[in-house]
Design a protein around this ligand. Structure first.
Ligand SMILES: [Zn+2]
Length: 121
C-alpha cells in the first residue's frame, strides 16, 4: 500500500515505522506525516502518544476524534512549509459529500525524547 501521507514510499517504508516505534521519527515533518496517516488509519492510540501531554485530548475527546476520523474520507496531505519546529500543511477530506480542508501551521517539539505535536500556531 502506498503511504497515505502522499510520499512516494510505501506505508511499510514510511509512516508504519513511526507507528511501530515513535522514537524512529527524526523530524517534525515526519511526525506530522505519521499523524496524518494515523488519522487515515484511525490509529487513535498513536495520535494520543504523538500529542504533547500538556495539550493531549481527554478520554472523551479521544472518542470523539476516533468517531470523527472514521466518519470522513481522507483525500490527501499537502506539506506547504516546514521549519525545525513547525509544519504548515493542508489536509483534505470529504465530509458529508463536501471537500473540506484543514489548513494549519503546527508546532512540534520533543517530549520524553521523541517528537510530539503541541498545538496550532
Ligand atoms: Zn507516510
Amino acid at each position: 500500500m502506498k503511504c497515505p501521507c502522499n510520499s512516494s514510499k510505501s506505508y511499510i517504508d514510511c509512516c508504519k515505522k513511526a507507528h511501530q516505534n515513535i522514537h524512529t521519527v527524526n523530524t517534525a515533518e515526519e511526525l506530522m506525516r505519521s499523524r496524518y496517516t494515523a488519522f487515515v488509519l484511525a490509529d487513535i492510540e498513536y495520535l494520543q502518544k504523538s500529542h504533547h501531554t500538556a495539550t493531549r485530548p481527554s478520554k472523551r475527546e479521544k472518542k470523539e476524534i476516533l468517531n470523527w476520523t472514521k466518519s470522513v474520507e481522507w483525500v490527501r496531505l499537502e506539506i506547504i512549509n516546514t521549519t525545525k519546529n513547525t509544519v504548515e500543511f493542508k489536509a483534505y477530506f470529504m465530509e458529508c459529500g463536501k471537500l473540506e480542508v484543514i489548513h494549519e501551521n503546527s508546532f512540534f517539539c520533543k517530549e520524553n525524547t521523541h517528537w510530539v505535536y503541541k498545538n496550532a500556531q
